[in-house]
Design a protein around this ligand. Sequence first.
Ligand SMILES: [Fe+2]
Ligand SMILES: [Fe+2]
Length: 173
Amino acid sequence: MREHGILRRALFAYTEAVLRLRGDTAPVDAGALHRAAMLFRTFGEDYHERALEEAHIFPVVRTLPGPAAVYPDVLTAQHERGREITDYILGATVHGMVGTADREPMARAMDALVRMYRAHAAHEDTRTSVVGNRLAFQSRRGGGVAGGGGLFTAWLPACDCRRDATGRPVTNR
Ligand SMILES: [Fe+2]
Ligand SMILES: [Fe+2]
């Protein structure tokens, strides 16, 4: 999907930010990260995921015979994990700076999102496609969700995307 290209651009920003967060103590442009997270939220999560995939594509895939029918459950779980991580990034960057204690938790959260979403988008790009006005689902012979997609389906990233009552990140998974 061409829309994934926009999301990949935000993921590139996250990848660079992870390197900087872990590489030295120089300030990280929290405003730029916040804007990237807002792009991911408004275009990626609210429009692309909710208004397009979850509303129109996944319901069709669920009606298909075979293992494809459970595929949207995996993709939706990854959408939800991504939203948790975006919540965390937005919260951690809202004040215009990344605190010292937040650097490594934020790096882990963004790294997790990048890893998950690269696989997520690649599978959506190659397993589902719209041909004319029909949605086609491609699964490998003998594989499908349980086999060929096993590595993909099994993985939801751990993240520090929740915070305790004092606002500190909490490792929850
Ligand atoms: Fe998706
Ligand atoms: Fe997608």
